[in-house]
Design a protein around this ligand. Structure first.
Ligand code: ADP
Length: 233
């Protein structure tokens, strides 16, 4: 009986995922169809044309981000990931993450601050840790206030490595904290989409950190900010 219940639950999770993905793809697809139709009209000025083309590109980007996140997630869940054990120097890793994300932080005027002790190393999989950090820093930027900051801190404590990604943003109300790591769970669906979110970032974080044998947790204060903490063995 137990086994059946588990199977039934897995089936439901799968069915929900397919429904969610279809829904998430349908919205940008419909927007793209409408924009293409508008662009086919012959009497547009150059400015109008440019405006609709920009919107078309942004919808396309949204679909692309969604498909890329889905692929990352299915790889992470499919147990086909080979987890490397390499000695990773955290300072340079965080700098690399910042460099790849800096173009997104600039328009929001958010400062990225690395507070990593020199030479601090951990044995782990570099790519998986980088993927987790990128998603957390990206959220720290998107949900921040103007001229806010995203400090990233690391310390070794009792055989563990603690990595904190902090932001000075709006915070997350307590009732949502347990659920934000679920696929497609958003505190404010409309705002997440507006900010180009796929709703998958934190599930990617959770699964990457799990593959590394670690844990991820969150603490937040509405109005002052949020701290995500990754613990690695
Ligand atoms: P999204 O693409 O919507 O950001 P995520 O899985 O990365 O998806 O995050 C899920 C939800 O958790 C977001 O929609 C947002 O409501 C909330 N969230 C995530 N990170 C933060 C943060 N740093 N500050 C405030 N809210 C956050």
């Amino acid at each position: 009986l137990d086994e059946m219940t588990t199977q039934a639950r897995l089936d439901k999770v799968k069915a929900d995922l397919v429904a969610n993905v279809s829904h998430e793809l349908r919205t940008p697809l419909a927007a793209m169809a409408a924009l293409l139709e508008t662009l086919e009209a012959k009497d547009l000025t150059a400015d109008q044309r440019a405006h609709f083309e920009t919107r078309l590109r942004s919808q396309h980007g949204r679909m692309q981000a969604l498909v890329e996140d889905l692929l990352s997630l299915s790889r992470l869940e499919g147990r086909q990931v080979t987890v490397q054990q390499e000695s990773v120097d955290l300072g340079p890793l965080v700098q690399e993450v910042f460099a790849s994300i800096a173009p997104l932080a600039a328009p929001a005027q958010v400062s990225l601050l690395a507070e990593i002790p020199a030479g601090l190393r951990v044995r782990t999989d570099r790519n998986l840790l980088e993927m987790a950090l990128k998603n957390l820093v990206y959220n720290g930027i998107r949900y921040n206030r103007k001229e806010g900051s995203v400090p990233v801190r690391a310390e070794a404590a009792g055989g563990e490595l603690l990595l904190d990604v902090i932001d000075t943003g709006e915070g997350i109300p307590a009732p949502h904290l347990d659920r934000i790591f679920e696929r497609f769970y958003r505190v404010e669906p409309h705002r997440s989409r507006e900010k180009g979110g796929t709703g998958l970032g934190l599930s990617i974080v959770k699964h990457s950190v799990m593959q590394l044998g670690g844990q991820v947790g969150v603490q937040s204060a509405v109005g002052s900010g949020t701290r995500f903490r990754i613990r690695l063995p």
